[in-house]
Design a protein around this ligand. Structure first.
Ligand SMILES: Cc1cc2nc3c(=O)[nH]c(=O)nc-3n(C[C@H](O)[C@H](O)[C@H](O)COP(=O)(O)OP(=O)(O)OC[C@H]3O[C@@H](n4cnc5c(N)ncnc54)[C@H](O)[C@@H]3O)c2cc1C
Length: 466
């Protein structure tokens, strides 16, 4: 079937309002937030904006019958090209399907459609003193569907982990056009070990196994209190050592962030009023819970950190906490401004290494930056070893682009060599699929067999993951 006929059929099925076909609209869908799509944008054949499972199913069945690729998309905040129609096809934009179906307070869970924005969900849950703990930096933009598909997380993964343990069940339209419910057809329970765990399989599958149309999520009670500690180090190695000593002292903070010398400089240049202490590393600990527990944990962190740090401050005062945290909250923006003629690119930005190797990884990344003559700003979630490196280049300069691609390749390989992963949060998509065999070995063949079982014609988000 030619593209014109595909577009006509889609309009017949869903109506003109729910189908985008003109070039300008389609151009928007050739990008996500990755550097990769800036270099190689690919326009889809058409975009559909479904708002019911029946509409999704109708279009999927049509695509299956005519061998047309289908690509789910949330808000397009992904950093890997995951929602791009790299081999052509129909993009399903689910970002307008923003219904919170039910807040089930009695069972501490919530049922949502895929387009609900993360921050909006937590605003609603707050009315019932509940929250959905994973906390990506893109909270005000990304969809719950995108978070489930990417198993997203954030700086509080240290204590609350990723999206995966909160997903109790899913409704999925499979690439053959079936609708399945994972986690039990009528289940409202939290614990469930019945059957093969298809929910877990779907979480993090980056849209290659099906389109998630409904999500049942576990919620937690909202913590009442919070405290922040800042510790300043003259030696980089003392930072991860302190993290491990805090754990060994029996404290699990909700977040532990690191800014290395490059990030401290970037923040101070960007906003001199902040006056972060000049140092090799700064650690920020966040603790949450009930007030006496928070105070106790804060005192332990202070005592432990003082063994190695030059300076430690602990506060539960709202204003002071905001001041202590401000450096971290503007790091990404500061990284984007370290060069007047350049910008921060999202590539190699998300490696994960064992906590004990964070200092070694930061030093190695610094050395790689020097090797290629590219400035790299480093920060991240040291509590779980997820390092964010921000290379800064002039993306209009082909020589710099060529160099940064080599740099990013070395960063990815470094992560695997250090017993880590090319990605701790943002996923594989197109950007990291070249490392699949290096990272997973023969297991990749089994991943492909699982995909083929769901997607016999290979139409579901092709060109991703492997
Ligand atoms: C400023 C910024 C900060 C960020 N910070 C974080 C962070 O702290 N932690 C983190 O984990 N990520 C972060 N990200 C990356 C990104 O926001 C997350 O991966 C997010 O979960 C993607 O959601 P989305 O709705 O934008 O999905 P999209 O980018 O639209 O899609 C991402 C992937 O999910 C698939 N997908 C989307 N919806 C569905 C669905 N309903 N069914 C099946 N597959 C689907 C797509 O096919 C694609 O493969 C950040 C991004 C930006 C721009």
């Amino acid at each position: 079937m030619n593209n014109l006929d595909i577009k006509k059929e889609l309009v017949k099925m869903l109506g003109q309002d729910k189908v985008l076909t003109n070039d300008l609209d389609l151009m928007y869908y050739s990008y996500d937030s990755s550097f990769l799509t800036k270099l190689q944008p690919v326009t889809p054949t058409a975009v559909v904006l479904p708002a019911s499972t029946a509409e999704v199913q109708k279009v999927v069945r049509f695509a299956y019958e005519h061998n047309i690729n289908i690509i789910p998309r949330g808000a397009g905040t992904g950093e890997t090209g995951g929602c791009i129609a790299v081999e052509g096809g129909i993009v399903f934009d689910l970002s307008r399907w923003r219904e919170i179906v039910e807040i089930d307070v009695n069972n501490m869970q919530v049922v949502v459609r895929p387009g609900v924005i993360h921050a909006d969900l937590n605003d609603e849950l707050a009315k019932y003193n509940m929250f959905f703990p994973p906390d990506p930096g893109s909270s005000k933009m990304c969809t719950i569907g995108g978070m489930v598909a990417n198993n997203a997380s954030g700086l509080r993964a240290v204590k609350y982990w990723t999206t995966e343990p909160y997903v109790l069940g899913l409704e999925v339209v499979t690439p053959t056009g079936d609708v399945i419910i994972t986690g039990g057809q009528q289940a409202r329970c939290i614990k469930n070990v019945s059957g093969l765990n298809l929910t877990k399989l779907m979480v993090g599958s980056e849209g290659v196994l099906g389109i998630i149309t409904q999500i049942r999520l576990r919620c937690f009670p909202r913590p009442k209190a919070r405290g922040i500690a800042m510790a300043v180090f003259d030696h980089l190695d003392d930072a991860p050592a302190t993290v491990l000593e805090v754990y060994q002292a029996g404290v699990l903070p909700s977040g532990i962030e690191i800014l290395d010398a490059s990030a401290i400089k970037a923040v101070n240049d960007f906003k001199p009023d902040i006056k972060l202490p000049d140092a090799e590393a700064i650690l920020l600990f966040e603790v949450d819970g009930n007030p006496p527990g928070v105070e106790y944990d804060g005192q332990v962190i202070k005592e432990v950190a003082e063994r190695r740090a030059r300076q430690v401050e602990w506060s539960t005062d709202k204003k002071r906490m905001a001041e202590l945290w401000e450096g971290r909250s503007i790091t990404a923006a500061a990284a984007a401004r370290v060069r007047a003629d350049g910008s921060r690119i999202f590539a190699g930005e998300d490696i994960s290494v064992p906590i004990s190797k964070v200092a070694e990884a930061l030093r190695a990344i610094r050395a790689l930056g020097d090797k290629y003559g590219i400035q790299v700003v480093n920060y991240g979630h040291i509590g779980d070893g997820n390092v964010h490196c921000a290379p800064v280049i002039n993306p209009e300069n082909p020589e710099e682009v060529e160099k940064v691609e080599k740099l990013v390749d070395e960063i990815h390989r470094l992560a695997i060599d250090m017993n880590g992963s090319t990605t701790g949060e943002h996923g594989v998509g197109v950007a990291r699929r070249g490392y699949a065999v290096l990272e997973h070995g023969p297991a990749v063949e089994y991943m492909k067999k699982v995909k083929a079982a769901f997607d016999p014609k290979g139409i579901m988000n092709p060109g991703k993951l492997f």
